[in-house]
Design a protein around this ligand. Structure first.
Ligand code: LLP
Length: 411
């Protein structure tokens, strides 16, 4: 977002015009930014056979998936529904990997029937897979490397206490099953966590997987998951992709040389691809002055963007109706849900009046995809800006969307 002639713009689109044309609350995505992030990631791993498997749980809208597909990005899904949405968006089954945790085995069978790769993360499931498909279907195994990394405890996934993956210390059990059923393990997978500040923890987890991999002769890829850090506020650390790419590429090349074969390197970024492309436009309904506090209540809440409430996540907020920064005031920016749904406390903003359009930044990842109908509120519309055009990719919900599956019984 930038200021041009006294107004905020996302690419060539004036923010207040978008709010007027499509209404608020509104999710707006900058498609060019997604394309840039894809390019940056490929650049950083130049010379490596890299595959990007977008973790589409971050933002699952069909047109976003179609855009990813057009950029040569493939998919990581965690449910049969995400898989189906991926197929609808144009991905072939073999471009999708299914990384479930604790699901009914029928979901794995479904993924296999669609030609997807499956990341198995439990010894019993591996055994069952072996019994059913050993010698025929390739599979991948999700390893838990016992490395703690991630922005906060709720989004760490590879530490010892995590439910995800097969503990790296259970290698002998894994190998016994692989041999018993002649399983073709084509990939090893790990996902360390989300919002990883410490690139060295990522590298440490990767090196544990590399070390683990020599006993698996059929590998075609190592999948290191997602977790790259984007900056949520000014001065925030973000993964230095160029430096990280150079360092990890070096380790990966060494590993491949020792393994004796060139392998593919897979990543499953969510936030890195779609966090910064997303904006949540809301309207200030009320400004409430109380002793020692000033609230601004907006037409959104934890039902549209739960990250501040769930993870204490910081989302930068701008007043698009008052880009002139002469007059600033401190506000608690709060939602309209009957819960304490604070978007920000004590936040300095350009003076807000009722009716102003506020913009929450970094709202692309885990924004809409974690939204709900709590308080029987409707989910926002979504707009994608691409090639200079702002197009609606999801209509605003209506009451009938909430009522669709309800059955009013006779009493
Ligand atoms: N791969 C796997 C297996 C994952 O579980 C995840 C995220 C990713 C990739 C993508 O991670 P990313 O690149 O987006 O960090 N709702 C939380 C984040 C939960 C992440 C869950 N798994 C948030 O809003 O911070």
């Amino acid at each position: 977002m930038h200021i041009h002639e006294g107004s905020y713009y996302i690419r060539n689109q004036k923010v207040t015009d978008l709010a007027e044309a499509f209404g608020t609350p509104l999710y707006v995505y900058d498609g060019e930014k997604i394309i840039e992030q894809v390019k940056r990631l490929h650049e950083a791993f130049k010379g490596i056979d890299l595959k990007i498997k977008y973790a589409c749980k971050a933002l699952t809208s069909l047109s976003i998936l179609k855009l990813m597909h057009s950029q040569g990005v493939e998919l990581d899904v965690v449910s049969p529904q995400e898989l189906q949405i991926g197929l609808m968006a144009g991905f072939g089954g073999s471009q999708i990997n299914f990384t479930p945790s604790g699901v009914d085995f029928s979901e794995i069978e479904y993924a296999v029937s669609q030609g997807a790769f499956v990341n198995l993360d439990n010894l019993d499931v591996l055994e069952k897979f072996g019994r059913l498909y050993g010698g025929t279907q390739p599979c991948m195994i999700r390893i838990k490397p016992n490395v703690a990394a991630g922005g906060n405890a709720k989004i760490m996934t590879a530490h010892e206490g995590s439910k995800f993956g097969i503990d790296i210390r259970q290698k002998d059990e894994i190998l016994a099953i692989v041999q018993r059923y002649n399983l073709k393990v084509v990939g090893l997978h790990q996902h360390t966590g989300s919002d990883i500040k410490d690139a060295s923890a990522f590298i440490e987890a990767a090196s544990r997987i590399f070390e683990f991999a020599y006993d698996f002769p059929d590998l075609q890829c190592i999948d290191l998951g997602g977790g790259f850090k984007v900056a949520y506020k000014e001065g925030d650390y973000s993964t230095d992709m160029e430096a990280f790419g150079a360092e990890l590429s070096g380790f990966f090349r060494e590993f491949c040389a020792k393994y004796g074969r060139e392998l593919q390197l897979w990543f499953e970024p969510g936030k890195y691809l779609v966090s910064e492309c997303g904006y949540l436009l809301v309207t200030a309904n009320v400004v409430k002055q109380a002793p020692g506090r000033r609230f601004v209540g907006v037409n959104s809440g934890l039902n549209h963007l739960i990250r501040p409430m769930m993870y204490d996540a910081y989302h930068h907020i701008l007043n698009a109706s008052n880009p002139d920064d002469a007059e600033k005031e401190v506000y608690d920016v709060v939602g309209y849900i009957c819960e304490t749904d604070n978007f920000a406390l004590g936040r300095e903003l350009n003076k807000v009046s009722a009716g102003d359009i506020l913009v929450l930044l970094n709202a692309g990842a885990y924004g809409f995809s974690m939204s709900s109908n709590y308080n029987s509120r409707l989910r926002p519309a979504e707009v994608l800006i691409l090639n200079g055009e702002a197009r609606l990719i999801r209509e605003r919900e209506t009451l009938s969307d909430i009522l669709r599956n309800q059955i009013l019984i006779e009493l």
